[in-house]
Design a protein around this ligand. Structure first.
Ligand code: NAI
Length: 213
């Protein structure tokens, strides 16, 4: 499978394909045409074909796509054919909400620990995982195979923590702190800013209003 040069835009669309294919699978659907998928997802059939062609097609002329096969292949491309252990740093509103979200496990992301600097939060239960003090983080990382750190703390703390995370085996950071992190090569960072998504919404509201005038 040739993956070189695949745009981040295509990669960004794969989770959505996976979600729809997962639903088809659950409903017992065995095959789907690009036209059917297009109607279901509200994207053009040619976009779907183009996207899948990046990975060698997956489809068969006159048959369409085998849902199970396509689901498995896209899962593999997204690295979802294995499990990832994650810890959350910051057991406040956002950290606790993420820890309480069950569906990450369904995709193979396993919630292993949650840490905070506030001693009052230590021992608090987040879906069966007890909050530990941040001072225990290093030991925990050394003794457990953790792949991903989720940062739900303010930006100063996040910047200071990066070295500790990387030196103790963290391979990826899901970064909710509003700061760009400096990491060595080979460590992946995905920045999440919910307000970016909200701004897209406000852009679309105002664009609609402008066009109607
Ligand atoms: P919060 O105040 O409820 O929780 C933050 C927690 O982090 C507190 O329990 C605090 O004790 C802990 N903390 C602070 N520094 C720490 C450190 N160095 N080590 C360990 N624990 C530490 O705040 P909330 O609402 O959960 O937000 C957390 C952070 O995420 C904030 O900085 C906020 O700006 C950011 N945020 C980002 C969003 C995004 O879309 N990227 C959305 C919402 C919040």
């Amino acid at each position: 499978m040739q993956e070189k040069g695949i745009s981040q835009a295509v990669i960004g669309r794969l989770p959505r394909y996976l979600r729809y294919l997962g639903e088809l699978k659950e409903n017992g659907v065995e095959r789907v045409s690009s036209q059917e998928l297009s109607t279901l997802m509200g994207v053009t059939a040619s976009q779907i074909r183009q996207d899948f062609n990046n990975f060698g097609g997956f489809g068969q002329q006159g048959y369409g796509y085998n849902v199970d096969f396509l689901f498995t292949e896209i899962s593999k491309i997204l690295g979802l054919d294995r499990e990832y252990n994650f810890v959350i740093i910051g057991a406040g509103n956002l950290g606790s909400a993420l820890g309480n979200y069950l569906n990450f496990e369904r995709r193979g992301f396993i919630f292993k620990g949650i840490f905070d600097k506030n001693p009052e939060l230590v021992g608090k239960d987040v879906r069966g995982v007890k909050v530990k003090h941040i001072n225990d983080l290093e030991d925990f990382l050394r003794n457990n195979a953790i792949d991903i750190a989720v940062l739900t703390i303010p930006k100063t703390g996040a910047t200071l923590l990066v070295d500790t995370l990387v030196e103790n085996g963290i391979r990826a950071i899901w970064n909710f702190a509003h700061v760009d992190l400096d990491v060595p090569e080979g460590v992946q960072v995905e920045n999440v800013h919910l307000s970016d998504s909200l701004m897209k919404l406000s852009y679309n509201i105002s664009r609609y209003d402008r066009e109607k005038k």
